[in-house]
Write a protein that binds this ligand. Structure first.
Ligand SMILES: C[S@@+](CC[C@H](N)C(=O)[O-])C[C@H]1O[C@@H](n2cnc3c(N)ncnc32)[C@H](O)[C@@H]1O
Length: 290
């Protein structure tokens, strides 16, 4: 487990994932009944973006300037993104950021915590001991939050179905291991058996298209409920860049989620483009009418 998210915090992939997380939370909160937010790969909870530049042994090029940095001073944000950017700015300011540039960035645990209502509950899993220690320091005293130092995939068996009978599960693995896609598919299979109406959001990198196609093939073999596929490409398909973009599969998306996710991603496709050929995609893997 060498992956450390603080090198990547606030990059284009975080922007895409976290902006959609904000909208997913809002979608689930259209109903009064509370739900469980289960973060299988939580990370440390929040990030000081200046520490990314120092690296562990080598100086690193920070990634946030091409992510949240590009949205920081935009005055033309679409409504669907404004809530996410306002939340990040407030988080930064509350921790002492000057506001001139992003400094303190919330990870998915803090984003969910800040949006949770009294009736919602958070379960945050993190396997790396040092990341978990930081997560524990940051969020242990927060109400309605349980923290678990464990393998996040196994948490679906342990935590589902929740007493609320409603859940939003975010799976955001580091993709260090070759079997990460197949582990996600197995975890989804188990999760859907336990909570067929649960909302599952699965983040994945766009490196090799063939791996993503195999992932979809594995998912489709599960006979999924309605499932949306959302992708953001920051470079064209023929680019030499290793990470060309990222995606989020959303199983059982909230009603009409696609109508806000599609335009949101179109806007990000332009705002976060790094090379010609960038763009976005919002399509059903399994349509709602099925
Ligand atoms: C991409 S980061 C998570 C970022 C976080 N979801 C966010 O958006 O702020 C992936 C995290 O998963 C952790 N991790 C790796 N393997 C894990 C596993 N099997 N179970 C739980 N956490 C794991 C890593 O230590 C890392 O902190």
């Amino acid at each position: 487990m060498n992956y450390r998210h603080h090198f990547h915090a606030g990059n284009f992939a975080d922007v895409m994932k976290h902006a959609l997380l904000v909208r997913l939370m809002a979608g689930l909160q259209k109903k009064e009944k509370g739900f469980l937010y289960l973060d299988t790969h939580a990370g440390r909870g929040s990030y000081d973006l200046t520490s990314a530049e120092k690296g562990d042994t080598l100086v690193r090029q920070p990634e946030y300037p091409n992510g949240i940095g590009r949205l920081w001073t935009r005055t033309d944000l679409p409504e669907s993104l404004a809530g996410y950017v306002a939340l990040v700015k407030q988080f930064d300011q509350d921790r002492g950021g000057t506001g001139a540039a992003p400094r303190f960035y919330p990870g998915s645990p803090w984003i969910a915590r800040l949006l949770a209502r009294p009736q919602d509950r958070l379960a945050l899993c993190e396997k790396h001991p040092e990341e978990f220690e930081l997560l524990d320091i940051a969020l242990a005293r927060e109400p309605k939050v349980s923290l678990q130092e464990r393998d996040g995939y196994g948490a679906l068996r342990a935590m589902l179905p929740p007493p609320e009978k409603r859940a939003l599960v975010l799976m955001d693995p580091p993709f260090e291991a070759a079997d990460e896609f197949t582990r996600m598919v197995s975890a989804v299979e188990e999760g859907l058996q336990r909570l067929p109406a649960g909302v599952f959001a699965l983040w994945y990198p766009l490196t090799e298209r063939a791996r993503v196609d195999a992932f979809f093939h594995g998912l489709l073999a599960l006979k999924l409920p309605p499932t949306l596929m959302l992708e953001l490409e920051i470079v064209g398909v023929r680019s030499d860049a290793k990470l060309k973009g990222c995606g989020l599969v959303v199983i059982n998306p909230p009603w009409q989620f696609e109508h806000e996710a599609g335009p949101l991603l179109d806007w990000l496709g332009e705002a976060l483009a790094q090379e010609p050929g960038a763009g976005s995609r919002c399509t059903w893997l399994v349509p709602e009418t099925r």
